[in-house]
Write a protein of this length. Structure first.
Length: 495
């Protein structure tokens, strides 16, 4: 009853004209910066953060949170339409979503993405509302060995994300891990593979990898292959509605993706990107027709989008209740809390309950606003595809360069993204997917960091990965996954 009473009080605050206005501003700005390649919610929050100095704590957090989860949704739009992820977490959506666009089903893909994001976000909000303290306690139980085991499972799962030879997927993952080693060693401070270039001391941005492997490579493949899509000029509501079969096949993936994303979002070291990748892998594993993945199957869109949205909501758990931001974007929101004199930590719900519950209530309102805002915009997004390619693609390349340059304000990043784009195009020619590369780039540094941290804490004892209960369980699941994959590979194929 206390939770219900607090939530009612939160809605009373969130529905005030001021907070409602800033919630709408947040989700609208978030959607548009998410669509723009390489911009994303972090830059949107950075730009609007000074504006929050003059707002109430509730209005400031409501707006910044709206930019965050609005940006996570907006990134899927460009992924589906032009195979260009607006954010790293939406990269996996492009695998199936872009294929649906090529089949003339872009309106359905965008509509079902909006619904999956709404339902996945709702699952995350429900769990956040009911179990925030429990989720915070759970995240505290994860140590370096446990995170290492999760990263091992994620890397193994990423090798089965796409069609094609497993060895090619493994090579793609290894290539991503190698890119992840560039920069300063977090433990020793030694420069690795920087060649004395100061711009590489902080490593390569994930935006560069995503924009190069997916964006530049797709543009090159389309131009070289002269493979242009035809789209309908006018999109009616019935063109957007998924079929009965689409709805039936999307129900369980949305539920599984929402639950998985809620759990992973609450862990400081994971978040929406890993949640969306693992949700896609899970759906491919449980599917009766895994060979259909990569051809525009709708489960490959709904599951990662639901996981992405759910994780975006529960990502606030470690930030608010523990003071541990799971990403740079969450660190900015934590900074906004401190600016307004609200210290994050276990006592935030007790000492600043009005702010906390107003923020939680705004998540519900923001998800509804996203749904109402974006379904009417589907026709407008589709119209972008009717722009002549000789005009569309130069504009996209300019946006990519601006987005990449804005991360570190260095021209070297523009040269790197073009080089990564050529690499991505070469990978496409030999039937290698870029998704495992991106997953390896994300998980590789986290794998190394947690492995070394676990060994330092155990004084070099390798058995620590098998004696910790959570780590042992995850490694056991990894071994079973490897065994199952091996047995399936040995089964004779029937023509």
């Amino acid at each position: 009853m206390d939770i219900l009473a607090n939530l009612i009080g939160g809605f009373a605050s969130a529905l005030s004209p001021e907070n409602l206005l800033y919630c709408f501003i947040g989700v609208t700005v978030g959607t548009f910066v998410g669509v723009l390649p390489g911009i994303g919610s972090m830059i949107g929050i950075s730009i609007l953060l000074p504006m929050t100095f003059y707002l109430s704590p509730e209005a400031a957090l409501v707006m910044l949170a709206g930019i965050y989860y609005g940006g996570e949704y907006g990134g899927s739009i460009s992924s589906i339409l032009i195979n260009l992820p607006g954010s790293a977490s939406s990269a996996v959506t492009s695998i199936e979503g872009y294929q649906m666009t090529r089949q003339g089903r872009a309106p359905v893909a965008l509509f079902i993405t909006a619904m999956a994001s709404f339902l996945g976000g709702t699952i995350g909000i429900v769990l956040l509302t009911a179990f925030a303290p429990i989720l915070a306690d759970l995240s505290l139980r994860f140590g370096p060995a446990d995170y290492f085991s999760i990263m091992v499972l994620g890397l193994l799962a990423s090798t089965t994300m796409t069609q094609g030879a497993v060895l090619k997927s493994c090579a793609s993952v290894i290539l991503g891990v190698m890119f992840g080693t560039i920069g300063t060693d977090i433990n020793t401070g030694v420069q690795r593979f920087t060649f004395g270039t100061m711009e590489l001391f902080d490593g390569i941005s994930i935006i560069i990898i995503a924009m190069g492997v997916f964006g530049i490579a797709e543009i090159l493949a389309t131009v070289m292959g002269n493979d242009h899509m035809s789209v309908k000029a006018n999109v009616r509501l019935r063109d957007m509605l998924p079929t009965r079969d689409d709805r039936r096949r999307s129900a369980m993936p949305i539920l599984r993706g929402g639950l998985l994303g809620s759990l992973l979002g609450a862990l400081p070291a994971t978040g929406p990107t890993i949640a969306s990748f693992l949700a896609y892998t899970l759906e491919k594993r449980v599917s009766r027709h895994p060979e259909a993945f990569g051809t525009g199957i709708i489960e490959g869109v709904t599951a990662p989008e639901a996981a992405n949205s759910a994780a975006a909501q529960t990502a606030f758990v470690p930030t608010l209740t523990l003071g541990i931001p799971g990403s740079a974007t969450m660190a900015l929101i934590l900074g906004a809390l401190l600016i307004h004199g609200i210290p994050a930590g276990p006592r935030l719900i007790t000492d600043h309950g009005d702010t906390f519950w107003a923020l939680v209530a705004s998540f519900w309102i923001g998800n509804v606003l996203l749904l109402v805002l974006n379904i009417p915009l589907v026709g407008i997004w589709i119209r972008f595809l009717s722009i002549p390619y000789r005009l569309l693609y130069p504009g996209i390349i300019c946006l990519i360069c601006v987005g990449v340059y804005s991360v570190k304000l260095t021209s070297l990043d523009i040269m790197i993204v073009l080089g990564i784009g050529l690499l991505g195009y070469g990978m496409r020619l030999v039937n290698m997917s870029g998704a495992p590369l991106l997953m390896g780039f994300i998980l590789g540094p986290m794998l190394e960091e947690n492995m070394r941290r676990a060994l330092l804490m155990s004084r070099g004892d390798l058995t620590t990965f098998f004696t910790e209960p959570i780590s042992a369980t995850v490694l056991g699941a990894t071994a079973l996954l490897m065994l199952w994959s091996g047995l399936r590979a040995l089964q004779p194929r029937h023509v």
